[in-house]
Design a protein around this ligand. Structure first.
Ligand SMILES: Nc1nc2c(ncn2[C@@H]2O[C@H](COP(=O)(O)OP(=O)(O)O)[C@@H](O)[C@H]2O)c(=O)[nH]1
Ligand SMILES: Nc1ncnc2c1ncn2[C@@H]1O[C@H](COP(=O)(O)OP(=O)(O)O)[C@@H](O)[C@H]1O
Length: 185
């Protein structure tokens, strides 16, 4: 891909379409490497260990943190999520562009520890559309949706901290734009 590959971070409120965009991008461009995070969240139907996430319990997560094995980690809506450090560094050293799909707190940690990273904010076309997508996905209870929408207000307010904003109106368009950003290191 590019001569100076670097880290691209994709963040945005829950339900905006981050997973959908990344899945589409990887279908069209299987060479794009996405870090698989560790989480204490329970798998949703269809999610598999090692594919969407490495699903671990609290004790295992504590150990990863204590051993310094996470590049960054954060608590989000009652669960913990983190990026395994080793795989990311290996990919960057091998010269491959790397994509992380993480929350705002994680993006801030990456900005602090790896200032060369490019931070991309995925925004919804409108607040109402975000609520529709999050509710329509049908994977969370009303209480969890409420918690995620609360977090979404904070995340939307932080948009200016990012290098680029992409509005997720069309998954195909955003996928293309994201790939172009990853190539243009
Ligand atoms: N900081 C951090 N956030 C993560 C990581 N992995 C996933 N997340 C974020 O955690 C939040 C919740 O993820 P998830 O439970 O899968 O819900 P979804 O993004 O709404 O499908 C999202 O904002 C993810 O981007 C990670 O390794 N680190
Ligand atoms: N551009 C889009 N237009 C319409 N619906 C979308 C779009 N992108 C994603 N969605 C839908 O919105 C919901 C949330 O998407 P998802 O990828 O799970 O979000 P996130 O990973 O950001 O939480 C899903 O039902 C998905 O099919």
């Amino acid at each position: 891909m590019s001569e100076r590959p670097r880290l691209t971070v994709l963040s945005g409120p829950s339900g905006v379409g981050k997973s959908t965009v990344v899945a589409h991008l990887r279908k069209v461009h299987p060479e794009v490497w996405l870090s698989v995070s560790v989480t204490t969240r329970k798998p949703r139907p269809g999610e598999r260990h090692g594919v969407q996430y490495f699903f671990v319990d609290d004790g295992e997560f504590d150990k990863l943190v204590a051993n310094g094995e996470l590049l960054e980690w954060a608590e989000f809506a009652g669960n913990r999520y983190g990026t395994p450090r080793k795989a990311v560094l290996e990919r960057l050293e091998a010269g491959d562009p790397v994509l992380l799909e993480i929350d705002l707190q994680g993006a801030r940690q990456v900005r602090a520890s790896m200032p060369e990273a490019r931070l991309v904010f995925l925004a919804p076309p409108s607040w109402d559309e975000l609520v529709r997508r999050l509710t329509g996905r049908g994977t969370e209870s009303p209480e969890v949706i409420e918690r995620r929408l609360e977090a979404a207000r904070t995340e939307l307010a932080a948009e200016s901290e990012f290098d680029v904003t992409l509005v997720n109106t069309s998954v195909e368009d955003v996928g293309r734009e994201l790939l172009a950003l990853m190539k243009d290191s």
